[in-house]
Design a protein. Structure first.
Length: 99
């Protein structure tokens, strides 16, 4: 089941990257007074990928939250375990006075 979730997360990462790239490419340039830029008048087609791919963006946000929550939880338990082992070794050596 975890593999399915990671697959969906990977697809949403790719869709989110594609959403921002397409939004950037399809955005019309700003028309200046000098007339150097191309015209507009057909709306902003750069908004279309943002609207269509927005559910993938939400999945990306939730998946990133879930992934880092699991990562921090595993690192926290490892840190507590290591701290417990080190502190018990230090206390044991301190009580023996022979270490």
């Amino acid at each position: 089941m975890r593999l399915i979730y990671l697959g969906i997360y990977f697809i949403s990462v790719l869709a989110t990257i594609m959403m921002f790239i397409l939004g950037n490419i399809l955005t019309e340039p700003l028309v200046t007074d000098s007339g150097m830029s191309g015209g507009g008048g057909n709306g902003n087609p750069g908004l279309f990928p943002l609207m269509v791919l927005f559910p993938f963006f939400l999945i990306f946000i939730y998946g990133t939250y879930w992934l880092f929550k699991k990562l921090i939880a595993s690192l926290a338990t490892k840190a507590v375990r290591n701290l417990t082992i080190i502190s018990s070794a230090v206390i044991g050596c301190h009580n023996k006075k022979s270490c």
